[in-house]
Design a protein around this ligand. Structure first.
Ligand code: AHN
Ligand code: ZN
Length: 332
């Protein structure tokens, strides 16, 4: 019996080592091409506080008081860091026909240069915890510490760092509104779901804040704060921005975060990056917490009342934030 298994174990070991080798080669390759620059330290405590502040406004549901107040705070905060801030205001139509007021906030560094990258996240919170394990909770709003606030918090801390040390390239930090107003789970599916999520980013993609706006590439952050997060390579990201996915993952691995950034393909997610890819033709990837073992494919607290401050872990914020700063400051 044992004899049969030894070659199998050896084979598995060799395959594992081989994959490890390929990964290391990819990391070394990426490192070789990058300039040696000093990258600031991402402050995860600061990002954590930015999550707490957003939650302090209560649910950030479109056309609610908490939403309005959080938007005002975000506008002020972004304006304190970015040389130029544009606010896009308007109305979008939700899946149920309701007209929702929205604001997209865009902070720009070196607004004139075409040599730029865009970074984005959504700041609204989901009105219903429609995936809560307890049916009694499914009409309750979500705190959205991870699904919303975490991405915004990492971008605000990034903005703070950019205000302290100017990047070599142009940057836009876009905080999109009305991402999470998609139809609740218990409704029969009607219409095109690609057009029912990400309404703020769809609006911007159809009406960019500068005419002929373009960027070399974009990075979307979605659910980047939960403990032990796993970022699989999301389907549309690989389809539209495969080279950038590999480069960002290699950067994360090179600076020690390969436990978060897995070399594994995830599903195709309708998220804020989709209209940017399809309408603006800017290759944009989604760093999104996907979990093959959860029933939804997303992180386990997704669209539940458990998506609160307790799920947030500074180590995850640090892994994503430090990777992002490294990507930004190594661009020339
Ligand atoms: C769909 O469920 C089709 N997309 C989810 C996008 C999303 C919601 N990201 C965060 N919340
Ligand atoms: Zn959501």
């Amino acid at each position: 019996m044992k004899k049969i298994f030894i070659p199998l174990v050896l084979f598995l070991l060799m395959t594992a080592c081989n994959q490890q080798g390929t990964r290391q080669n990819a990391n070394q390759e990426a490192a070789k091409q990058k300039p040696r620059v000093a990258v600031p330290e991402f402050n995860a405590d600061s990002a954590y506080e930015f999550i707490k502040t957003q939650l302090g406004f209560g649910p950030r549901i479109p056309d609610s008081r908490g939403h309005e107040q959080c938007g005002d705070w975000l506008h002020g905060k972004l304006s304190s860091y970015a040389p130029e801030v544009t606010v896009q205001k308007g109305k979008v139509t939700a899946f149920n026909g309701h007209l929702l007021s929205f604001r997209n906030f865009i902070g720009s560094w070196k607004p004139e240069t075409p040599n730029r990258i865009l970074l984005c996240a959504h700041w609204d919170s989901r009105p219903w915890a429609d995936h809560d394990p307890d049916p009694k909770n499914r009409k309750k709003p979500v705190d959205a510490a991870n699904d919303g606030a975490s991405g915004v918090a990492v971008l605000l801390e990034t903005a703070r760092q950019l205000s302290l040390k100017a990047p070599a390239i142009g940057i836009d930090i876009m905080l999109f509104d009305v991402e999470d107003y998609g139809p609740p789970q218990d409704l029969p599916v009607t219409g095109n779901q690609d057009e029912q999520w990400g309404l703020g980013s769809r609006y911007w993609s159809e009406n960019p804040h500068r005419s002929n706006y373009t960027a070399r590439y974009g990075i979307l952050l979605d659910m980047v704060g939960a403990a032990n997060a796993t970022f699989l390579m999301e389907g549309f990201s690989l389809q539209y921005a495969g080279d950038i996915v590999k480069s960002v993952w290699a950067t994360a691995g090179r600076i020690g975060y390969s436990a978060f950034f897995l070399y594994e393909q995830g599903g195709y997610i309708t998220d804020d990056h989709l209209p940017i890819n399809q309408i603006r033709n800017i290759p944009t990837l989604d760093i999104v917490h996907l979990d093959k073992n959860s029933s939804t494919g997303f992180y386990p607290g997704w669209h539940t009342t458990h998506d609160n401050l307790e799920v947030i872990d500074r180590h995850t914020l640090k892994a994503v934030g430090q990777t992002l700063l490294t990507v930004i400051y190594e661009e020339q």
